[in-house]
Design a protein around this ligand. Sequence first.
Ligand code: SAH
Length: 312
Amino acid sequence: MSARSFAGTADCACGPGKVWLVGAGPGDPELLTLKAVRVLGIADVVLVDDLVNRAILVHVREGARVIEVGKRGGCKSTPQAFIERLMIAEAKAGNTVVRLKGGDPFIFGRGGEEAEALHAAGIRCEIVNGITSGLAAASSAAVPLTHRERARGVAFVTAHAAGEDEPDWAALVKTRMTIVIYMGVSRVGALGKALIAAGLAESTPVLVVENASLPRERQLRTRVDRLAEDIAAREIASPAIMVIGEVARENGESTRDASGDLRSGESGTDDGRRSANGVRDGRAQSKNANVLVSMLSRGGASAGVSGSSNAL
Ligand code: SAH
């Protein structure tokens, strides 16, 4: 099946319901797209995934149902098949459904599987991009994922799959592209070893960003041979992104200061915790979010979150 076949909506002879697979971005509410905000405002039902910043739900219209389908919502990770059935049932009932997923729905978010299931059920489906956490993590540390002199390309890779699903690290290393790793912290020991065995220089710089774009974000700069040790020492945990390659070499700059503005100077990352200056201020962030909300309300969008339901 081509990606095009489930992205189109115009020629579908199905019911009035529709599902939007919407990227919620990495966490910072200001990194949400205007389209995501609009679609949240027209949804009858919103299915919220883990890793979605709940502050974003302020854009859901009053009266809409919000259904938590992740571990944090109390469900012990709602099974994928249940989520797909729920989306299909709601759309068949004529509802506009938003499936809100962290980052971008089509980057390691099982969005592809969901779009296929919807297509197979004859449900109209549209994708709204979000900023994937790999991009946000790099930008937050002022690391350009491509650079004319240091990396001619970038590969997004998951290190979650074990055994034979393991990426072909040697082939990847050979490309000299930046490698951005998702879901890798829990198996970082094996990962570091695999990369070195695949020919990556031990001194290759690595940037690790935990909770990218959120006030509790932490960054760590290290090298591939010290990666596992440093991650353990700093107790860096999921969700975290690793950016591996020459682009991650420390240049002494971080993008934002406590007020959310651009700044230059020390990164505050050597000890794995951002310095007092480097920590993003949650108050500044919520102030920005409020400004955004009031701008949107002026434009006619309503805000408010209603109760949730887990019933199918
Ligand atoms: N669709 C998501 C990825 C889902 S897979 C996206 O586009 O970002 C889940 C993995 O994404 C996590 O294990 C982690 O590696 C990464 N991730 C998600 N949000 C993150 C964040 N705010 N900071 C760092 N990593 C994050």
